[in-house]
Write a new protein. Sequence first.
Length: 188
Amino acid sequence: MSQRLSRRRYIVGAGAAVALGALAGCADDDGGSGDDGMDDGGNGGDDGGNGGDDGGNGGSTPGAPSDDVPEEIDDYLADADGYDGTIADYTGADEVVVDVGAGDIGFAFEPAAIRIDAGTTVRWEWTGEGGAHNVESAEGSASDFSSGEPVDDPDETFEQSFDDAGIQLYLCTPHEANGMLGAIEVVE
């Protein structure tokens, strides 16, 4: 099961039919317009409802943002490009995808901070934006990992499984000074 928080939007949950009907302008069960389903069901908008801009549905969707960021991660990512003070919660997922070369000029990891269960695999996928990138564990990371030399191929991927709980900190070597930093909280 792969979950991705990126430029793609997913519609999930029981309200998906209502959200899709509203998006298509279809009638809801009462025979009213699709907009009625959005108002009554709370499925939509920019605040995390189904079909909303961040794809979350109140915290139960994989990747939903959480303000409960460990201090070590919040401090490390304070100047990171693309970090908004939240952590994307992917607990329960077997695999999580992080974009390499995200953001306006391609100097970000997206999402910048993720929470996963021990045993989950993180797969970094290059976007081809922002030049050559790599993924390198940073000083203070609970484990060492490396994707190798920086590359700019949009088909490049790097996978790493994290079997033990802890805080994983990483960076892009050529763009560390530009704020290309990321972090993972691994929980039991």
